[in-house]
Design a protein around this ligand. Sequence first.
Ligand SMILES: *Cc1c(COP(=O)(O)O)cnc(C)c1O
Ligand SMILES: [Zn+2]
Length: 436
Amino acid sequence: MTQAIDKLQTNLSTQPAFTALRCRECGETYELGAKHVCEDVCFGPLEVIYDYDLIRQRVSRASIEAGPKSIWRYKDFLPVANDPIDVGTGMTPLLKANRLARRLGLKSLYIKNDAVNMPTLSFKDRVVSIALTRARELGFTTVSCASTGNLANSTAAIAAHAGLDCCVFIPSDLEAGKVLGTLIYAPTVMAVKGNYDQVNRLCSEVANTHGWGFVNINLRPYYSEGSKTLGYEVAEQLGWKLPDHIVAPLASGSLFTKIYKGFQEFVKTGLVEDKAVRFSGAQAEGCSPISQAFKEGRDFVSPVKPNTIAKSIAIGNPADGIYALDIARKTNGNIEDVTDAEIVDGIKLLAETEGIFTETAGGTTIAVLKKLVEAGKIDPDETTVAYITGNGLKTQEAVQGYIGEPLTIEPKLDSFERALERARTLERLDWQQVLV
Ligand SMILES: *Cc1c(COP(=O)(O)O)cnc(C)c1O
Ligand SMILES: [Zn+2]
């Protein structure tokens, strides 16, 4: 009898807090399967819902701080039931960016640096760790994705670690580093002659016919929850406080909306005090459907054909665009876009001031941050967090020709001295140009 009660209590204390899938549009609920649209009623997107009373009873600041140094310290808030696939994803640095702040005229700026996330150097490792853990729980043996590059890297790497079969789909014109960074894990790679939106459409058909777990299609409700950890970590790293303003890149808009959900959940479960956080989104001008809708005051997003160097965020028909719009508006934030030239400058600015080499998506974020400060849309006194989501070593093409060159010298002291003198002269010339 006592044994039975003990068992019941253990079950209660380990029973996961995620309870159902629910349609964001009509509220219809579904069982926790591999399903992402409200097929019975309105075809809206499905989202994971939780028993927050249960989570509140279970977690505290101390219990989280005592957890693993990865996203799995927040396991109670995530849609997985069993042992997670833990490849060390998450708990990336939150850096106080004093030099960049001074350059931009801000007083309190932080960089959340997912350029060094594990294992594949982008924020996608967060969403894939969750999606593949859930895929395994749901019995999938083959996993897949439609990717703009980073997602393929991450899916292939974590599938390799977990011993899952993997087949990924990418547009055929991706950067060399993104393609190599997938092939090395030896998945099947389909390079589709088309843009991301065409890749995604093809994958929806494959998902219906092959019974594979597509991390960002039939597993999307679980996958997208992984981005909440970008909110949790920033709150914890700021000393259990929310920032005043965040700036993050927008592709499908999912990441942006989930940082918001993450902050809200921490407030709901009593981990942080409530605060009005402003949400600002960043797009490349060559693929700016959400930014255009924002500026034109529309509450719908019109698809565009992408044409930008920021390929990782080049989604012309963003699935979560309208929700991102809504969050930017109701939090008194903004959505802004920048040119490819400004993106390159953004990459260089972050590298030169903070020692962080980000990819084109991060360059977009920094360039938009700068533009918003210059337009008076970020207050210098606001504690602002810019999310850097990917690593520059993967998109070297973008800065090729816009950076210096090594000085080639003989292995002799006088050759070095002459080269150094030349370098200093060039530097002085540079300065004179700045001064005139
Ligand atoms: C995928 C991606 C994003 C944006 O993701 P969404 O959730 O689709 O908006 C941002 N930055 C990088 C580097 C990415 O790879
Ligand atoms: Zn619905």
